[in-house]
Ligand binder design. Structure first.
Ligand SMILES: *Cc1c(COP(=O)(O)O)cnc(C)c1O
Length: 458
């Protein structure tokens, strides 16, 4: 018998979580204006809002916390992080930031100006926000297969090279400061980009003399998929694959709250000393001095250790297999989910669950609310609310997909929690025909409205 996967760790400390009744949850979600971000975490039983900063650190990371160097300048913790970035990712220069969007803010301050075009594969919302905030435009060049949840394609995060080249041809290079490749592609469902595609994008970018940056929050999960799905890489280690991936990039931004398995932190890594110096000015202005940039020494230590742990095969196998377990259960119960399963989350195709709702009724948000009421499970809408309004016309942007994302925190929940979530989702699915009305917006912010939106039931 082939031995199954098992977590390459055991549990040393536990945190109590509490169950609630349906009556309590009906009241709490109403009080939260039907925005799951407004719930208290104590009102949630299984929290799948995000895998960002919600992972469990290892004993080694916690011991690194104890020996963090809190010197303002030149701390040993800074050098630990610098070495990890050099050894694992291959970049000479780096700037610590307090999280991923701060890295975007600093890097884009140095690179992007009004009127610029930034092609990529389904830019993440904060990335797009920082581009549009500068009156530049993010152009999505993801392959079409990504937008059909039923198609099995091993690398739905891939960029369409024809779409990309059309953009590179259409605009002068002065107007395209960078191409952003998101690994794995969060907005298209945690879908990976193949090594071949990374190579091809780099080649095309070189032809048009445009730098390539990776939005790298889940680079290790991407590397795992390359190993499992791309024949030429099946005998390579994750660290070898990671090193090759980044060899095709000029730089990267990182939300370390994902694949570095820390609760807070981020960074920019670069090859160009010139750009490093330019970005340093903004880092000092927005984040902090260049040897801490919004992070404490202890956090930099934990991050360096986390990069090493997250690029080990058995960790990634247990991580991705746990996510897949949720996907498999949903399939067994007939619930439509995105295929193939993503690296960090399962995405439920809300339009297929609730075809009776109009797109103006925020279909995925409605489903996310129902799942909370059913089992105290907090997922998140990846749909019209997240997509925001068009910055020019101010009209709602209706994305091709209305998804409820169930993101699994790293090393945090057991497979029993996964079974519980799947069962609650099945109950919602079984009563889907009784859900005849969605929600409408009472208040929204002009940008990134999903965090603070206030809703009511129609
Ligand atoms: C989370 C994330 C970001 C933003 O990072 P924060 O740490 O949340 O600021 C950017 N890009 C991607 C792909 C992400 O997943």
């Amino acid at each position: 018998m082939k031995l199954p996967y098992a977590e390459p760790f055991k549990i040393k400390m536990v945190e109590q979580i509490t169950r609630s009744t349906k009556e309590q949850r009906l009241q709490w979600i109403k009080d939260a204006k039907y925005n799951l971000f407004n719930l208290k975490s104590s009102q949630v039983f299984v929290d799948l809002l995000t895998d960002s900063g919600t992972g469990a650190m290892s004993d080694k990371q916690w011991s690194e916390m104890m020996i963090g160097d809190e010197s303002y300048a030149g701390a040993t913790s800074y050098y630990k992080m610098k070495n990890a970035i050099k050894n694992i990712l291959g970049f000479e220069y780096f700037l610590p930031t307090h999280q991923g969007r701060a890295a975007e803010n600093v890097l884009f301050s140095a690179l992007i100006k009004e009127g610029d075009i930034v092609p990529g594969n389904s830019h993440f919302d904060t990335t797009k926000g920082h581009i549009e905030f500068r009156k530049a435009k993010a152009v999505d060049c993801t392959i079409d297969e990504a937008f059909d949840t039923s198609i099995e394609h091993p690398f739905k995060g891939n960029l369409d090279l024809v779409k990309l080249e059309n953009i590179l041809k259409k605009y002068p290079k002065e107007q395209i400061p960078l191409i952003i490749v998101t690994v794995t592609c969060n907005s298209s469902g945690g879908q990976p980009v193949s090594m071949q595609n990374l190579k091809d994008v780099k080649q095309l970018a070189e032809k048009y003399e445009i730098p390539v940056f990776y939005d790298s929050a889940r680079f290790a999960e991407n590397a795992y998929f390359i190993k499992i799905r791309e024949e030429a890489y099946k005998n390579k280690t994750i660290k070898e694959i990671v090193a090759e991936m980044f060899s095709y990039a000029d730089g990267m931004t990182m939300s370390s709250k994902k694949d570095a398995i820390v609760n807070m932190g981020g960074f920019i890594a670069l090859r160009s000393e010139k750009l490093f110096k330019e970005a340093s000015v903004y880092n000092i202005m927005f984040e902090g001095f260049i040897t801490y940039g919004g992070m404490s020494g202890r956090d930099m230590n934990a991050l360096a250790q986390g990069l090493d742990e997250a690029t080990e095969f058995y960790y990634l196998e247990s991580r991705i297999e746990q996510v897949a377990l949720l996907g498999k259960r949903c399939v067994e119960y007939g619930i439509p989910v995105q295929h193939p399963f993503g690296g960090h989350a399962i995405f439920i195709d809300a339009k297929k669950v609730l075809p009776q709702l109009a797109k103006e009724e925020y279909i995925a948000q409605t489903l996310a609310i129902e799942l909370y009421i059913e089992g105290g499970i907090r997922g998140v809408e990846i749909g019209t609310i997240l997509a925001d309004r068009d910055p020019e016309t101010r009209e709602n942007r209706y994305p091709a997909l209305e998804l409820v994302r169930l993101a699994i925190p790293r090393r945090t929940y057991t497979n029993n929690h996964i079974e519980y979530v799947a069962a609650a989702m099945k109950n919602v699915f079984d009563r889907r025909n009784e859900i005849t009305k969605g929600v409408k917006i009472l208040y929204e912010a002009p940008i990134m409205r999903h965090f603070t939106v206030e809703l009511e039931k129609i």
